[in-house]
Ligand binder design. Structure first.
Ligand code: GN1
Ligand code: MG
Length: 357
């Protein structure tokens, strides 16, 4: 189904003026829908069926999480202007639409007077990102994570990505010596968070799953983060992966698509500001163990994303959208380069996130 036809199936309550591609997601297709007679805009998304085989579960999670946040915000005396994207049902009343090809479409109200960034450029922005992620975790801290579905089994379970890599690399005609070396050096560390989870050191909580910089909405006027979007990957998991992924994404000023590896570094000032903003929201419910594992999480999630990109390169670019055959290889190199920068500054990062173990 075309995006125009899909948009017409939802309860926007008026004539649609324009539907255009929006944002740069690596998995789903996203569109911005504008109306002819009102300024209200909408976000329309087509979920990638190869990645999300059971979109009904994604939407159930979305409902649970957004309803819970709404409830907590209604009870709060100070909401700081935090907003939760409202799900727009289809004309038949369901939360989503399955087209003739089996793909899932869904729509949300666009949160107006906000903007997204592709990189963090000031300490104030970094602090806001940390505060935003902390707010998200805090609002959901009393939602029983077991009520959510695991929509992407194996997502952010590093040892499983290693198993997938081992399988693919056996048969792929492609290889890259330096990526292989990084993977073999880091293989022994891949279990650290899963082991801590299994030993009961880290509790299962509600995680966002993809807290990269362009999933934070900044209010145009105040510059404050007022929402987190892209809730497809919300699931029961470790919040360590979230803070780790947020630092991985935001503290690399050159971005994931950096053409020049030399520009890829992990910015400690940005890291400090994000952690500061985050702890300001979450310190009250985090345990000592939570803090202790934050450094491992930054390191692990950066390694994991590099491994995922590299495996997809070896597999012929089946998961992440890629512009050319080597796009995922270049993305992998960026993450592995960032990993080296993180490890070179390991002591400093550990000191910021919970001291030495
Ligand atoms: C994917 O599609 P997007 O850009 O929202 C991926 C994340 C990665 C990210 C890297 C479901 O997210 O895990 O961190 O690319 N999402 C999924 O840019 O695999
Ligand atoms: Mg995403």
């Amino acid at each position: 189904m075309e995006a125009n036809a899909a948009a017409a199936q939802f309860r926007t309550g008026g004539a649609i003026a324009d539907v255009r591609p929006y944002g740069g997601g690596n998995i789903n297709d996203t569109f911005l829908v504008s109306m002819r007679d009102t300024p209200q805009r909408y976000i329309l998304q087509r979920l990638n069926p190869a990645v999300f085989p059971d979109p009904g579960l994604v939407m159930t999670n979305l409902r649970l999480v957004t309803d819970h946040m709404h409830k907590r915000l209604q009870e709060a005396t100070e909401t700081d202007g935090w907003q939760v994207a409202e799900v727009i049902p289809c004309r038949q009343g369901a939360d989503y639409l399955i087209d003739a090809d089996g793909a899932c479409w869904r729509m949300a109200r666009f949160i107006d007077r906000t903007r997204v960034y592709e990189t963090v450029t000031t300490p104030a922005e970094a602090h806001e990102v940390g505060r935003g992620l902390g707010r998200f975790h805090r609002l959901l801290s009393d939602l029983d994570a077991n009520r959510l579905h695991d929509t992407l089994p194996g997502f952010h379970v590093t040892p499983q990505y290693l198993t997938a890599y081992d399988t693919v690399s056996e048969t792929s005609r492609l290889t890259d010596a330096s990526c292989r070396e990084v993977i073999e050096t880091h293989r022994p560390t891949a279990m650290i968070l899963e082991e801590a989870k299994a030993r009961g050191l880290l509790p299962l909580r509600v995680m966002h799953g993809d807290p990269k910089i362009n999933n934070f909405l900044f209010a145009e006027e105040s510059g404050r983060v007022v929402s987190m979007v892209d809730l497809d990957t919300v699931k029961p998991g470790l919040i360590q992966y979230d803070l780790g992924d947020c630092l991985r994404s935001c503290c690399n000023p050159a971005g994931e698509e950096a053409p020049d590896l030399a520009a890829v570094t992990f910015d400690l000032g940005c890291c400090r500001a994000i952690i500061d903003g985050y702890l300001g929201e979450c310190a009250s419910f985090l345990t000592d163990n939570d803090l202790l594992f934050f450094y491992d999480a930054v390191r692990l999630i950066t390694f994991e994303l590099g491994l995922r990109f590299y495996t997809d390169y070896l597999a012929g670019n089946r998961y992440f959208k890629a512009r050319d055959e080597e796009h995922n290889l270049r993305r992998a190199r960026v993450q592995f380069h960032l990993l080296a920068s993180i490890e070179a500054q390991g002591e400093e990062i550990r000191a910021m996130t919970g001291g030495l173990r």
